[in-house]
Design a protein around this ligand. Structure first.
Ligand code: UDP
Ligand code: MG
Length: 139
């Protein structure tokens, strides 16, 4: 059975361009419930740990530098079929391939600075949620 949670980050490009409100509105309008949310500036060590699964890929080190370049908004979202529905809402990794109307089509700059993160599996949604939020921070 598909899980009910996904973890998102509004990435430093989108926070810096003041797109946070517009993106949070899209998330709410798509039927996701916000169970936890925070603004924070990741250190390079924290960003490297979050994206450890991509270690060794050519985009890994620039990605870590980008993700620690300014504040992000992390949020734990709840909905039936959360992983697939959220990835549909945000669109393809490369905004050039993202469907019209998706978050990345609307707000991303390029394949790296692509406005938002979304978990890729139920297992990773749990790992990523535990990375950002304690039990006391979830409602
Ligand atoms: N990324 C990049 N170049 C690439 C592929 C990915 O800079 O060729 C960055 C981009 O910010 C992406 C993140 O690395 O969101 C994680 O990549 P993944 O393949 O997991 O894409 P996502 O799950 O975020 O769509
Ligand atoms: Mg991914």
């Amino acid at each position: 059975m598909a899980g009910r949670i996904t973890l998102t980050m509004i990435k430093p490009d989108a926070v810096a361009k003041n797109y946070t409100g517009s993106i949070v509105k899209m998330i709410g309008d798509a039927g996701f419930r916000i169970a936890a949310m925070k603004l924070m500036h990741l250190t390079p060590v924290q960003a490297a740990r979050f994206y450890e699964v991509h270690k060794g890929k050519p985009f890994y080190e620039p990605l870590v530098a980008f993700m620690s370049s300014g504040p992000i908004v992390a949020a734990l979202l709840e909905k039936e079929n959360a992983i697939a529905d959220f990835r549909e809402l945000i669109g393809a990794t490369n905004p050039a391939n993202a469907a019209p109307g998706t978050v990345r089509a609307l707000f991303a700059t390029d394949v790296q600075r692509n406005a938002v993160h979304g978990s890729d599996s139920d297992e990773n949604a749990i790992i990523e949620s535990d990375f950002f939020f304690s039990g006391l921070e979830r409602y």
